[in-house]
Design a protein around this ligand. Structure first.
Ligand code: ASP
Length: 324
């Protein structure tokens, strides 16, 4: 189990923040089951994208902006970066399409918005926010979500925009490996998410993904499921998860983590480690990022690495894109 929160202690691989922070932004870029050998250039581009998301989000938080706007903006930057499995660069279904899932939650009032299996929305996190604020519902899927987007002035784009060479190779690799009895369907990672605390003490979380490579079309993972891949509640914590979504749904990971803090009085760190251990015990894998109202951060993962970055008021942007 890897867990990192503030100042690094090599014995436990933990980071402990000494004082309450006025604002905090934490971002993840996925936790693949196996270490992926990125080229130096790919690592650099992944690093730059997370750094850019932190820069944009940090500026908004420093000038008194809302955590809800910040998590949306940070996720949008990573949806636009083809190095991640969200928006452009999303994993492909067994039929070769990108089907995108996203969600957002405002911890101040527990308002939520989510979309799943959309094929023509450039930034699914923006549509999730529109569902939250401009519809009578909390979760829209497929063509129904896309029709709602058009009504809201969010354009539909050519599905070819999402398809990258890397994901085409990944999909073909998955098929080869599956036919030879291997299981590389979950090796990609690259889901993106953000959690933030603003100076008013409000928490928010957002997550966006193309899901797992070679998934059945119509398959929905944990990322758009509130309480599984995303959750935020002021006075408790904000969570965004990544990993094998079926296990995160079965364990209601994001909500279970909040419930442990609320009802069992567990610390953020222990609740985070507990839910990731539970996923591992059942045969799943993954990680999460979380922040509480004091600005404490938890980032446990059961995988070799989890790409992530964070920025705390008064400190530098820290980015770790993981394995070489
Ligand atoms: N959790 C995502 C899903 O199952 C995939 C990932 O985070 O890598 O759709």
């Amino acid at each position: 189990m890897n867990s990192q929160l503030g100042q690094r202690n090599t014995a436990t691989d933990r980071f402990v923040q000494s004082a309450a922070a006025a604002w905090v932004l934490v971002i993840h870029g996925g936790a693949p089951r196996v270490a992926i050998a990125y080229s130096v250039e790919e690592r650099f581009r992944r690093h730059l994208a997370i750094a850019e998301a932190l820069r944009i989000g940090g500026e908004v938080l420093a000038s008194g902006g809302r955590s809800l706007d910040v998590v949306q903006a940070a996720v949008r930057v990573l949806e636009d970066a083809p190095e991640f499995n969200a928006g452009c660069g999303a994993a492909l279904t067994c039929e070769g399409h990108a089907e995108l899932d996203a969600s957002i939650m405002d911890g101040a009032n527990r308002r939520v918005g989510a979309v799943a299996a959309v094929r023509r929305i450039k930034n699914p996190v923006d549509l999730a926010r529109a569902v939250m604020e401009r519809s009578a519902h909390v979760f829209l899927v497929g063509t129904g979500a896309e029709q709602f987007a058009v009504e809201q002035g969010i354009p539909l784009i050519d599905p070819g925009y999402f398809i990258t060479e890397r994901q085409v190779r990944q999909r073909l690799g998955v098929i080869e490996s599956a036919s030879s009895g291997g299981t590389s369907a979950h090796e990609m990672g690259g889901t993106v998410g953000a959690v933030a605390l603003d100076i008013r003490g409000s928490l928010a979380a957002a997550t966006s993904t193309g899901g797992i490579p070679n998934k059945r079309f119509g398959r929905v993972g944990d990322s758009p499921v509130i309480g599984a891949g995303t959750y935020a509640e002021n006075d408790v914590c904000a969570v965004s998860a990544t990993g094998w979504g079926e296990y995160f749904i079965r364990n209601a990971v994001a909500y279970d983590m909040c419930a442990r803090i609320k009802y069992l009085n567990e610390s953020l760190d222990s609740a985070a480690s507990h839910v990731i251990e539970q996923v591992s015990r059942m045969g799943g894998y993954g990680g999460l990022i979380a922040v509480d109202r004091y600005g404490r951060i938890a980032m446990p993962y059961s995988t070799p690495t989890m790409a992530h970055g964070y920025m705390v008021e008064g400190g530098p942007a820290v980015v770790l894109v993981g394995n070489p």
